[in-house]
Design a protein around this ligand. Sequence first.
Ligand code: ZN
Length: 195
Amino acid sequence: MKLQIVHYPHPTLRHVSKPLKRVDADLRDLISQMFALMYEHEGVGLAANQVDLPYRLFVANPTGDPDNKEAEYAFINPVLKAGKGQVEGDEGCLSIPGVQAPVVRKEKITIEAYNLKGEQFVAELDGLFARIVQHETDHLDGKLFIDRLSPTQAADVRGELEEFEIDFQSKRDCGELPDDEAIAARLTELEKLRT
Ligand code: ZN
């Protein structure tokens, strides 16, 4: 299966992902493909929804440097436990390429998840890494950063989003993308395999 990043307004981006039942070789292979795709598109985080999969999983490397393996993290079944403070910063998304806007996030967070070995870990994060983790956890809940913009900032990006909507519809019209029912049916099948 060749992974591809889906773009707004693809319905899988609105899917609430399901926790994975086990960490095995197939899942580790999927995660390494997600890292490769993230680097190819010069990202610092990538959630399973963004590659059209219904699993509660994301990968991140806050340095964005493919050679910096120590900064690579896979978050399997992540749960945000706590947060404090507020900070605004610019965000973008590989599923809405070219669009950037400021988003208010928690300054510090605590997250619980499982790693590639299937071991549970707890991380206390701040700065860029905390922002990435909140952005990616949102993806797993079917949320996008554009949902968190102020009315003024939302109005600023409206025109760009409309272009994505037109592009999506034209791909559907020429049969390049399945309809909503087919996409939902595929996600249900994939959930049966691993969640
Ligand atoms: Zn994103």
